[in-house]
Design a protein around this ligand. Structure first.
Ligand SMILES: NC(=O)c1ccc[n+]([C@@H]2O[C@H](COP(=O)([O-])OP(=O)(O)OC[C@H]3O[C@@H](n4cnc5c(N)ncnc54)[C@H](O)[C@@H]3O)[C@@H](O)[C@H]2O)c1
Ligand SMILES: O=P(O)(O)OC[C@H](O)CO
Length: 298
């Protein structure tokens, strides 16, 4: 393993933004499935030999990627994805822990549009790990324009990062239906309560929901067309099919598959999640106007 070396795995929007950010203080490698014309682009084996890895591949692809490509050699890993595995209902920390010891794992959360990070605009992020040493080591790698906070609430961060994407779809639907600011903010506020109810069932801490990982990322994602998930919602309200929306988007919108995962988890654990239920139903073909009626009377 190359001591003190850093690599980003996955050269999508977020991988490239993190590569830019981490490249401010030290050399930062990047790799992806297909070769890209990016500074310090390396093959996968070179990246995997780095001491510090930041993995930014879509949530639904993580298990297969770890299974087929990853070899644990003591690397310290920061997970940059946000989502829940639809086929199993597992949170990303649960998947990673099947392959890597938890003391080597950290998880990024908080409001962070890649499009702004790649311009060097300021933001604040949370690095979540059960091992504070992971935070101490990764914190030093981040540039001055990103303020990092520590939390040990890994499950809380994972749930917030995943759930807010589903709520952003709901908010985009609300916006696309021209329901007004009162409706959108009511939806976001009740979404925060719903996300906290869901998360506390799995042991997440209350403080996580009112901080950057929870309210912070939810307010950002559910109120801006920069969000891919919000744009999925706009498309659904405008009667586009999901296939059309995803094709136009050309990037991952994690909230779609995550809403399937939440639908299974809330049935299994009997958690009351009316907004996520309606997003799931709309993705399955329900008319958003019927969802609105049901949400107002539920
Ligand atoms: N874009 C953002 O603003 C942002 C911010 C925070 C977190 N995230 C999260 O980061 C993750 C990645 O998002 P993104 O914006 O980079 O998405 P993206 O659609 O821009 O890129 C996804 C990348 O993953 C790669 N990929 C897809 N399948 C793969 C596989 N099987 N093996 C290896 N690589 C594969 C693709 O080639 C692509 O480079 C998502 O979970 C997202 O929620 C994104
Ligand atoms: O564009 P989205 O909806 O995937 O959101 C990106 C980030 O998660 C915002 O923090």
């Amino acid at each position: 393993m190359q001591k003190n070396s850093v690599a980003v795995i996955g050269a999508g929007k977020w991988g490239q933004a993190l590569h830019f950010a981490l490249g401010q203080k030290q050399k930062c490698y990047i790799t992806s499935r297909t070769k890209r014309d990016i500074n310090n682009f390396v093959d996968l084996n070179t990246a995997l030999s780095c001491e510090y890895l930041i993995i930014a591949i879509p949530a639904q692809q993580i298990r297969q990627w770890l299974d087929e490509h990853f070899e644990f050699k003591g690397q310290k890993i920061l997970v940059a994805s946000k989502g829940i595995e639809a086929s199993t209902g597992k949170f990303l920390n649960e998947i990673y822990e099947e392959f890597i010891p938890s003391e080597n794992l950290g998880f990024i959360s908080g409001p962070s549009f890649a499009a702004e990070v790649i311009k060097g605009l300021p933001c604040a992020l949370v690095l979540n790990s059960l091992n504070k040493q992971i935070f101490i080591e990764f914190e030093k790698l981040f540039p001055d324009f990103i303020k990092t906070y520590y939390s040990d609430d890994v499950i809380g961060a994972e749930i917030c990062g995943a759930y807010k994407n589903v709520l952003a779809i709901a908010s985009g639907i609300c916006e696309g239906m021209n329901l007004g600011n009162n409706a959108r903010v009511s939806l976001i506020s009740r979404g925060l309560v719903e996300m906290q109810r869901f998360g506390s069932h799995f042991g997440a801490k209350m403080e996580t929901f009112i901080g950057l990982s929870g309210a912070g990322d939810l307010f950002l994602t559910a109120s801006s067309e920069l969000s891919r998930n919000f744009r999925v919602g706009l498309g659904l309200a405008n009667n586009k099919t999901l296939d059309e929306i995803l094709e136009e988007l050309g990037e991952v919108a994690e909230g779609v598959k995550t809403s399937y995962a939440i639908n299974s988890l809330n049935k299994k654990h009997k958690i009351y999640t009316p907004i996520a239920n309606e997003v799931y139903s709309i993705l399955e073909g329900k008319n958003p106007k019927d969802s609105l009626k049901d949400l107002l009377k539920d």
